[in-house]
Design a protein around this ligand. Structure first.
Ligand code: ADP
Length: 629
């Protein structure tokens, strides 16, 4: 506590010995009076005032003493203008530049970089500092302690010590800080106390010399200047981390950077700036202005990129924002955007998650549907296989049925001629055994046997043709003649059944294009059915009538009527279906086959009506040419 009070007191004393000077910088004219007799009131002359802000690193008085001659030089060199020096601290200069109250500025390299970045401006020329070598347009920083401080011989020894510098943003402190960082020392953390005392920098050298502070730093050349002025002795100081810089005339602890630039501010007239630059470059190193300013004239602007590199490393000046770019600062600056991005991210994530869920669900459904479809297809294949098997069984059954039907048909059709042949043969045998045979009679019977055998043969070939699905040979035939021939064949049956046969045949229309064998077969079937049906009737009433007549102009109508028992009600409706029979040994095929044959000839068959007891079966056929006879 006592130590702190001592430091504060010492600083106050040091400030007190400096002449207080109020400096205002406004646009009304040159406020700073100077000792060189330059008119300070613009109303006294027509010269246009031009303000040059100068960093008063060694105090305001010192600054005016040094730089007023330069202002006068410019006033003399550039007609129509009066140049004034405004000594300013770092902060004051920044304010003045910001408020556009200066036309030109002279400050250290680091400050220039910062001002140019914030408010615009450009260097016109670089100062050549006065010195014994040619490298006087460079500057650095010197870190020092008292020569008798045996405990401090290197930068690292400064840990836990007190340290003094100009200001955090003073270029000499920034270069020193960079040097300390290189050596692993952090001035903001590792010192017991870090004090910034502002300008003039002479205070720092004095404070160290007097033992008020352990160590300090100022810009290069100041110690030498103070020594030249007799204020200090260089041997009283120990330079820390000294760099050997070939050709550089001052002690330095750091690298060196371009000297002060003469800066044209953003709004300053270009033509005037050009004239100022020319005037400064034309200044002789030994001119009064240079001598007073303790510099050696001006040179073309140097490359200030090393200063940029320094600031970039320190994250200060124009790069100060970088050091603040912490997660928290970034978040606070871009809070809204980050919240929006997070919300979008969340929405996207939710959407993706939802989509994935939906896809998973749909995939599951699809898999299940596929499985179900697979099962259904397997079931269908199974059913189709069953259907195919059933079909093939049915086909086999149908085949068997057809074969059975065919066999039955053959049997049915051949039954009659064979029975007739057998009857005639038995009759012949009987006659020959009795010895009463008559040759002519026998020949007649044998002829009939032969006819029936031919007929059987014709039936078989007819069936074969129908199986081949060939069209039967249609011959223009006389239906009446077929009826007569058929009657002859039935003679034996009629006689046996004691039945009379009456023919009522029309001669007007009897020709038709027919298969005579098939039509004869139909007639035989119908007459045989009639004979069967008539058995129950009294022999005196047993009568079968065959009539032919015209059925319209186009057709022949044939009816076979009997006096039998009539068609049983049970079979009436399905009489023409195959295998429908009321007879014990009947096959139920006669009517079915007959009906097919008639249909095949383009006719129809039906049960006709009878006036008396019995039945009437009729059919019609398309007529052929009219009978000529
Ligand atoms: P099947 O003579 O072998 O029985 P059909 O097809 O010729 O076969 O006759 C079928 C049935 O029609 C007969 O069983 C019989 O009941 C009946 N039918 C046929 N013709 C007559 C008829 N003229 N009178 C009475 N019934 C008949």
């Amino acid at each position: 506590m006592l130590f702190r009070l001592l430091i504060v007191f010492s600083i106050l004393v040091l400030w007190a010995v400096q002449p207080a000077r109020a400096v205002t910088v406004n646009g009304d004219g040159p406020e700073a009076t100077d000792a060189q007799g330059v008119p300070s009131d613009p109303k006294t002359g027509s010269l246009k005032p031009v303000k040059i802000g100068v960093l008063a690193f060694r105090g305001r008085e010192q600054t005016l003493v040094h730089w007023t001659a330069t202002a006068d030089y410019l006033t003399k060199s550039i007609s129509g203008y009066r140049f004034d020096i405004i000594p300013l601290t770092l902060g004051e200069m920044e304010e003045a530049v910001r408020d556009e109250k200066l036309d030109f500025a002279l400050t250290n390299s680091g400050h220039y970089i910062t001002l140019a970045d914030r408010y615009g401006g450009s260097r016109l020329v670089t100062m050549n500092a006065k010195g014994p070598t040619s490298q006087e347009n460079l500057t650095g920083s010197v870190i020092f302690t008292r020569a008798d401080r045996t405990d401090i011989s290197k930068l690292d020894d400064l840990r836990g010590k007190t340290f003094m510098s100009v200001a955090p943003q003073a270029f000499c402190f920034q270069t020193a800080k960079y040097r300390m960082r290189e050596q692993g020392l952090n001035p903001h953390q590792d010192f017991k106390k870090l004090l910034f005392v502002g300008f003039p920098q002479d205070y720092i050298a004095t404070a160290v010399m007097r033992g008020i502070i352990d160590a300090g730093n100022i810009r290069t050349g100041v110690l030498e200047a103070m020594a030249a002025e007799g204020k200090i002795k260089l041997s009283d100081f120990r330079i820390l981390a000294q760099k050997k810089l070939e050709g550089f005339p001052y002690v330095s602890s750091t690298k060196v950077y371009p000297e002060w630039p003469f800066i044209k501010l953003k709004e300053t007239d270009k033509a005037l700036s050009q004239r100022v630059a020319i005037a400064l470059l034309s200044m002789a190193p030994d001119s009064k202005a240079a001598k007073m300013g303790q510099y050696a004239g001006w040179t073309v602007p140097l490359d200030y990129s090393p200063v940029h590199s320094l600031f970039r490393s320190l994250k200060e000046g124009p790069y100060a924002g970088l050091s603040e770019l912490t997660l928290a600062s970034f978040f606070s600056e871009y809070k809204e955007w980050m919240i929006l991005a997070a919300a979008l991210l969340l929405i996207s994530w939710l959407w993706v998650a939802r989509t994935e869920r939906v896809v998973a669900r749909r995939t599951g459904e699809l898999a299940r549907a596929n499985a179900a479809l697979g099962e259904e297809m397997a079931e269908r294949r199974r059913v189709q296989e069953l259907a195919r098997q059933r079909q093939s069984e049915l086909s086999r059954v149908a085949e068997m049925n057809s074969m059975g039907e065919l066999a039955s048909g053959i049997a049915h059709e051949l039954n009659h001629p064979l029975a007739t042949i057998a009857n005639y043969a038995r009759g012949c045998i009987r006659k020959m055994r009795s010895g009463k045979e008559n040759k002519d009679e026998l020949l007649d019977v044998l002829q009939r046997v032969s006819d029936q055998a031919d007929r059987a043969s014709q039936i078989i070939s007819g069936l074969r043709d129908s199986m081949r699905d060939d069209k039967h040979t249609r011959i223009k035939s006389d239906i009446n003649q077929i009826i007569h021939e058929m009657s002859d064949l039935l003679e034996f049956d009629l006689m046996n059944s004691q039945t009379r046969l009456e023919l009522h045949l029309s001669n007007s229309l009897s020709f038709a294009n027919i298969d005579p064998v098939q039509i004869e077969q139909v007639l035989l079937n119908l007459v045989r059915n009639a004979i069967d049906a008539i058995e129950a009737a009294d022999p005196a009433e047993r009568l079968i009538t065959i009539t032919t007549s015209a059925d319209g102009e186009e057709k022949l109508l044939i009816c076979i009527t009997d006096t039998g028992e009539g068609v049983a009600e049970t079979v009436r409706k399905k009489l023409f279906d195959p295998f429908v029979s009321t007879k014990q040994e009947g096959m139920g095929l006669g009517l079915s086959i007959s009906c097919s044959i008639i249909k095949d000839h383009g006719g129809l068959m039906w049960i006709g009506s009878t006036s008396t007891k019995g039945s009437s079966f009729c059919f019609n056929l398309p007529s052929g040419d009219r009978h000529e006879g």
